[in-house]
Design a protein around this ligand. Structure first.
Ligand code: GLY
Length: 388
């Protein structure tokens, strides 16, 4: 059956089609080369041109196999599908080991097992993703209406009341679990969490908090924390992108108008804060001199989210979001693409992973690469897109 996206793409030959094809070709070529060294590893940040490989339990483990899967769907290169499958199997020890699992189950198993199930119908993948969804749903705090973030990693950590904006992306795993199982409980949890996001994370101007602390016993909101942003009241750009895309997905899965309104508010804030070259600062409210540091991954995630948002609201807004999604991707391609640097494994330069902890500043990040490829896949009508 032809999807709405495919129909629209067939009827609109975009003048920018050639740069999209060219960017896709370059991303595929570099990934095929990278795959020879990285194999079924778990790259996170590139330093000195080479991706460092993380442990499989690190939250970023899904992005490389997720990107391999999308590039496979668009190219038929079997080696990419084989490596994505090997990564998925390597994650079994994390899923079955249980103790390292946290809120990022959604990032990890949506981009591996849900993606694989959607591509191939594999029952083993479906079961893995359902297990992950059960663990994620088990993190729900009924009184506060939120999915708990993190675990007590260090002696004395008292973090049972933390919730974070990143989970806007994680809940797609729960919406999928309800669809595939026919059991609405997972979606109930996802909706309850997203209602909390709309109420307690999204500000009136469309900026968002990264971390909110609730009383884990009574569920009352206590305070906002700075998290990966400059300060509690600032506007961390990747967190803004997580909210933009996650709220759009929540609307996609539920049709609930509150989510669409919030997604549009966040999108309008994000777009209004972009500098002339369209590559977002790592925090839109950091002191000006610190805004020289960019985060290409925030731009890539927002771009793919905008392309989905474009299909949702009215035609006029949709046109703007689609155009801006495309322009963002094109700016990332031109200003951050490492195409002329054969020594660099990352596809997109200028990502920032954690400024407050001074980790991975101005480097390629695997999630930036992933969302760049996902955005191109949207423009080319390639799927399945795992979160949907
Ligand atoms: N906390 C996940 C991120 O860096 O966006």
């Amino acid at each position: 059956m032809t999807s709405e996206r495919e129909k629209r793409n067939a009827s609109q030959v975009s003048p920018s089609e050639s740069w999209v094809d060219e960017a896709w070709r370059r991303a595929l070529e570099k990934t095929l080369t990278n795959a020879k060294r990285i194999g079924a590893g778990f790259p996170h940040a590139s330093e000195g041109g080479r991706y460092g490989l993380a442990e499989p339990e690190w939250w970023t483990a899904g992005f490389w196999p997720g990107m391999l899967g999308l590039l496979y769907s668009g190219s038929g290169e079997e080696e990419l599908a084989r490596l994505a499958g090997e990564c998925e199997e390597r994650l079994d020890s994390v899923l079955d080991g249980f103790v390292r699992l946290d809120h990022d189950l959604g990032f990890m198993w949506t981009l591996t097992s849900v993606a694989s199930y959607k591509r191939s119908g594999s029952e083993a993948s479906r079961i893995r993703a359902l297990k992950a969804a059960n663990y994620l749903a088990g993190r729900f705090n009924l009184k506060g209406g939120f999915l708990r973030a993190w675990n007590p990693w260090h002696e004395g950590d008292r973090n049972t009341g933390l919730a974070i904006i990143d989970c806007c992306m994680n809940v797609s795993l729960l919406f999928w679990a309800s669809r595939t199982s026919g059991d609405p409980r997972y979606a109930h949890v996802a909706e309850a969490h997203m209602d909390t996001v709309v109420k307690h994370f999204v500000r009136a101007d469309g900026s968002v908090y990264h971390v909110v602390l609730f009383d884990p016993i009574t569920g009352e909101r206590q305070e906002a924390l700075g998290g990966q942003g400059y300060a509690p009241e600032s506007a961390w750009s990747r967190g803004t992108a997580w909210a933009l895309y996650g709220l759009t997905l929540a609307y996609h899965h539920t049709g609930k108008a509150d989510y669409l309104e919030a997604a549009q508010r966040v999108a309008n804030f994000f777009l209004s804060r972009l500098p002339d070259d369209l590559i977002p600062a790592w925090d839109f409210r950091a002191p000006l001199e610190l805004q020289e540091l960019r985060d290409s991954s925030a731009g890539a995630c927002a771009a793919s989210g905008l392309l989905l948002l474009a299909d949702k609201g009215g035609e006029e807004d949709g046109h703007v979001y689609r155009r801006m999604g495309e322009r963002l991707l094109q700016a990332l391609d031109e200003r951050c693409g490492s195409w002329n640097d054969a020594q660099e494994e990352g596809l997109l330069k200028h990502g920032t992973s954690h400024y407050p902890e001074q980790r991975n500043l101005d480097v390629p990040l695997i999630y930036g690469d992933y969302f760049f490829v996902e955005g191109l896949a949207r423009l080319k009508g390639i799927g399945p897109i795992p979160w949907e």
